[in-house]
Design a protein around this ligand. Structure first.
Ligand code: BGC
Length: 744
């Protein structure tokens, strides 16, 4: 009898699934599943586990994971990749009573198999289409490999290069960061979540994680509401407006309230004011960490606080799984709260088409095709070229001629493969590093048979061993030009990789000194995930390319730039300090009451007595092999009333010897406000292509929105008064200026 009842009820559930027909609205479909679920099954949907074989945080090992999934106690897995592996877990989930499919999440941060430049590098392209494309390709590959959800984009504004996670974001500027956040969301999610080659995105880490005190990872954040709204929240808002399906809470506390239990952030702003309909996942173990934060005595209190704040899914801490049922029983947590979280999660699963076909992402043929799609490396190479920043080019040493007789290619990073991928690359099951193009291979392919390429390692990235110097000096002496590839190792910048010393490590700059002593010109390639401090190199190298971590096509992209097949166009999206002591240093600072205007007049000024006030390289900086002249700035009017717009036009001419791209930047300054306003703020830019000798006139539209800011009452408004308008090639290299007035 019992058996018969069970079969009948199973049949009923199955029938209900079939009845999720097209004509039912999404909410009806979700409700029809919810109506059949027990409390335990609902809580199961809110529980996310790490798979057993890779971990991106301190992992808990459960020997009965399969049993828990079969019991409907798990809604999602992370770090589980490949059609075979995801299929096997999905199969177990479908053995559960409710047969609700798992959703597989993964940190697909800058590519899946095909690896693109680290996000900070890519942001220096200022090329929104390129960034959207790289996210699109990453989504195509990841979704073909069983994944439906990426924990990206990371949209944290970061102004402290000691913080290892600067590499994951788009730099220091909220305007540019917001555009990039939206582009990446569009790229990952495609047109519709149910498209088989889309993954849902996750705006993280909400919020203000990038402002960790002292640049120490996971550290507290204390900031004014005005700064939060004006600088740190805009990229999250932009991601929400672009339709991002999920948000991840950050590890930090914000003004004393951990983000994971921060009702103001999660419920009032995100789900309230912004009307976010997706779901919120905690960061790894972050609900459990509320105990360490000192705001919860135990996991029971932690679960209560996180769910009440608006955190829907628990990544890895097990606080929800172990406590929510009891919390409901004790009437501490209402069933309505649980229902809201589960509905949000189920809605996304429906949107992804997982209820129609839980195995739709487990197609091995598609996996093989997409992971070997020849178009993907081509795109990765182009984006990598666009991310390389030319910092210095004395005597026009670059681009190199393809007829050079002898090149000495020296350094610990010349022949590496995996290093090029950078931190947060994905270890795709069954894929080794042989598809990555090393810098050595890239150069070898580029030069003709008349060029001799010599190699020496010279030294290691770290340590003080100089035994390799003589060999390096010897080949430098035989060469016409030296290329030296130095920097960090890939895992020196990333999560939990905060550093107080951000110099180029080891004896690498000593090696440069020794090579320069040969009298040969030296091109330095700096490989890094963050802005490093490298004053010796900056002041003495003949040419410098900041190559970051460029991904699987690094070698070819670097060779393209070295030999002028691509004319560098990237511009820094984060300020490079000249010393750690200057940090935090960013371009859009306030003027202060005692502004320092030069390094020679520091006393009783807002300056250091022992340090320059200037960064080494400013926001927006980056050279080209050609030159651009800026002329004819014209404003359509000098007064703006009501909802008027002002059109600013400017003519850019390529006056140099090469075709090239220029990123023309528009900055504004509100001269006098009810509160202090930054000395300049990026409000628009255009990336244009100009043939040698060509001119183009470009137009910018200034509207009230661009003049608005959060006033003391946190109202977004523009205040009447005078504004400076600056157009330049960087935040410092302002070429043309004018001003206008907002009348009312
Ligand atoms: C990181 C997140 C990441 C998660 C899952 C955490 O340690 O902070 O950015 O998505 O792990 O790997």
């Amino acid at each position: 009898m019992i058996m018969k009842k069970a079969i009948l009820s199973l049949g009923f559930i199955f029938l209900s699934f079939i009845m999720f027909s097209q004509q039912k609205s999404l909410d009806q479909k979700v409700d029809s599943v919810m109506n059949l679920m027990t409390l335990e099954e609902k809580i199961g949907q809110m529980n996310q586990y790490n798979d057993d074989w890779t971990a991106t945080g301190p992992a808990t090992v459960d020997n009965d994971k399969a049993t828990q999934i079969r019991n409907g106690q798990v809604g999602s897995l992370l770090n589980c990749m490949g059609t075979e592996r995801t299929r096997s877990w999905q199969k177990i989930a479908l053995e559960s009573r409710m047969k609700i499919p798992l959703i597989f999440g993964q940190d697909v941060i800058h590519g899946y198999k095909t690896t693109f430049p680290i996000p900070l590098a890519e942001s220096c392209s200022w090329d929104l289409d390129a960034m959207e494309l790289s996210a699109r390709i990453a989504a195509t590959e990841a979704s073909a490999s069983g994944i439906q959800w990426t924990f990206a984009p990371m949209v944290d504004i970061a102004r402290d290069p000691r913080w290892g996670r600067v590499m994951e974001g788009a730099g220091e500027d909220p305007y540019l960061g917001s555009l990039i956040a939206a582009a990446r969301v569009r790229g990952f999610q495609g047109n519709k979540p149910e498209d088989i080659n889309s993954v849902i995105a996750c705006a993280k880490h909400y919020a203000a994680y990038g402002a960790a005190i002292g640049g120490r990872d996971y550290n507290s954040v204390d900031m004014s509401d005005r700064l939060l709204w004006e600088v740190y929240l805009p990229p999250f808002k932009a991601a929400a407006d672009a339709g991002v399906a999920t948000f991840m809470t950050s590890f930090n506390d914000l003004n004393g309230v951990p983000a994971t239990e921060n009702k103001y952030l999660l419920s009032d702003i995100l789900k309230g004011k912004w009307g976010f309909k997706g779901f919120v996942v905690s960061d790894w173990g972050a609900i459990g960490e509320l105990i360490n934060h000192g705001t919860a005595k135990n996991s029971y209190e932690a679960a209560e606080s996180a769910i009440k704040a608006g955190c829907d899914m628990d990544m890895e801490s097990r606080c929800y799984k172990n406590n929510l049922a009891q919390l409901v029983k004790d009437k501490k947590v209402s069933i309505a709260l649980i229902d809201d979280a589960v509905k949000r999660i189920l809605r996304v699963k429906f949107e992804l088409g997982l209820f129609d076909d839980p195995y739709r992402y487990c197609n091995q043929i598609r996996e093989n095709q997409e992971l070997n799609n020849p178009e993907h490396p081509k795109a990765a190479r182009q984006i990598a070229e666009k991310s390389i920043v030319l910092l210095k080019n004395e005597n026009h040493l670059l681009p190199l001629s393809k007829n050079i007789k002898t090149i000495a290619f020296i350094g610990p990073l010349v022949k590496s493969l995996k290093q090029n991928k950078g931190f947060w690359d994905v270890e795709v099951p069954g894929v080794d590093s042989s598809f990555i193009v090393s810098q050595w291979q890239g150069l070898k392919k580029k030069v003709g048979s008349g060029t001799t390429l010599l190699y020496a390692r010279g030294c290691n990235i770290e340590g003080d061993n100089k035994e390799g110097f003589p060999e390096a000096i010897d080949i430098a002496k035989q060469a016409d030009v030296v290329i030296l590839s130095i920097g960090e190792s890939r895992d020196m910048t990333g999560e939990a990789r905060s550093r107080s010393n951000i110099n180029i490590p080891g004896v690498q700059e000593d090696l440069l000194k020794a090579l320069l002593a040969t009298g040969k010109p030296v091109v330095v390639l700096i490989n890094a995930g963050r802005p490093l401090v490298f004053n010796y190199t900056a002041d003495h190298a003949t040419a410098i390319l900041y190559t970051w971590w460029l991904g699987s096509e690094a070698g070819d992209a670097i060779a393209d730039v070295l030999f002028g097949d691509y004319n560098p166009s990237a511009k820094l999206t984060i300020t490079f300090p000249g010393s750690v002591g200057q940090i935090p240093i960013y371009y859009s600072h306030f003027n202060t009451g005692r502004p320092a205007t030069s390094d020679t007049n520091r006393y009783y000024k807002s300056a250091y007595t022992d340090l320059s006030i200037y960064p080494k390289y400013e926001f927006g900086y980056g050279l080209s092999y050609t030159n651009f002249n800026y002329s004819d700035l014209k404003l359509s009017k000098k007064e703006m009333k009501g909802n008027d717009q002002i059109e600013a036009s400017v003519t850019i001419t390529n006056t140099g010897e090469y075709d090239g791209d220029e990123i023309v930047q528009l900055y504004l300054r509100d001269r006098f406000g009810s509160i202090c306003r930054p000395v300049e703020e990026l409000k628009d830019f255009k990336k244009i292509q100009l043939k040698k000798g060509e001119s183009k006139t470009i137009k910018f539209i200034i509207n009230k929105e661009k003049l608005s800011f959060y006033n003391q009452k946190l109202q977004w408004a523009a205040e009447p008064g005078e504004f400076d308008l600056m157009i330049g090639a960087s935040s410092k290299d302002i070429r043309l200026k004018d001003s206008f007035e907002l009348i009312n």
